[in-house]
Design a protein around this ligand. Structure first.
Ligand SMILES: CC(C)(COP(=O)(O)OP(=O)(O)OC[C@H]1O[C@@H](n2cnc3c(N)ncnc32)[C@H](O)[C@@H]1OP(=O)(O)O)[C@@H](O)C(=O)NCCC(=O)NCCS
Length: 183
């Protein structure tokens, strides 16, 4: 049976096809690197993923595989606030151009957030376009008294994954040290 297109409530992503995100395997590492190199102007994001993995801070790493090819990837790594509360940061996410606008990133992000929730992370942050990330439930992090290191403004967003665990007025959210080395 062919895949069925579906549109959820207004503002929800359109999800087509049968692709189910899965966790990365060691044999996926080169293909994941290649996806980020292809999707970003430079190889900084690809190197960031490699460095996070090496530092054992690639907490959740999901791939999208279509017909045996890795066409998308999303990474999550720990973030902290001054109180010591630890959340999870979504970055980077990429889908090969030929496979974009089919809801693949949406599936990676939704599955990734669920995996983070199941791993016990109570909140997540992302730096990205609010028009895109709002559909997953992200809100401007400033509404929760959270700020970022990059002057992201409303692009810096947060979501509570487990009731009551988002640190209200937690202040500055710090990404893993590997992000500081990103050029
Ligand atoms: C952003 C990206 C991962 C989206 O992948 P995708 O599989 O096409 O995403 P989806 O199909 O789930 O969603 C497509 C929607 O995202 C929007 N979109 C695409 N790129 C976007 C971006 N950089 N910022 C915000 N929205 C974007 C599209 O306009 C589309 O919106 P619509 O649903 O209203 O039509 C992909 O375009 C990509 O790899 N871009 C280059 C890398 C990048 O910029 N990553 C994000 C920053 S880490």
């Amino acid at each position: 049976m062919p895949p069925v297109a579906s549109r959820h409530a207004l503002g929800q992503p359109v999800l087509r096809g049968a692709m189910t995100p899965r966790r990365e395997l060691s044999c996926d590492v080169t293909a994941i690197h290649a996806v980020h190199v292809a999707c970003f102007p430079a190889d900084a994001e690809a190197r960031l993923v490699d460095c996070l993995r090496e530092a054992r801070r690639l907490t959740v790493s999901l791939v999208a595989e279509v017909d045996g090819e890795i066409v998308g990837h999303v990474a999550f790594s720990p973030v902290t606030v001054a109180s010591g509360a630890t959340g999870i940061g979504l970055a980077p996410v990429a889908v090969l151009e030929a496979h974009q606008r089919q809801g693949i990133a949406a599936r990676l992000i939704e599955a990734g957030l669920q995996a983070c929730r199941e791993a016990g992370f109570g909140w997540a942050v992302v730096l990205g376009d609010p028009a895109y990330y709002a559909r997953f439930g992200f809100r401007p992090a400033s509404e929760f008294g959270l700020s970022d290191e990059y002057g992201g403004g409303d692009a810096f967003q947060a979501i509570e994954l487990i009731d009551g665990q988002l640190p209200m007025n937690g202040g500055l959210v710090q990404y893993a040290p590997e992000f500081a080395e990103l050029e």
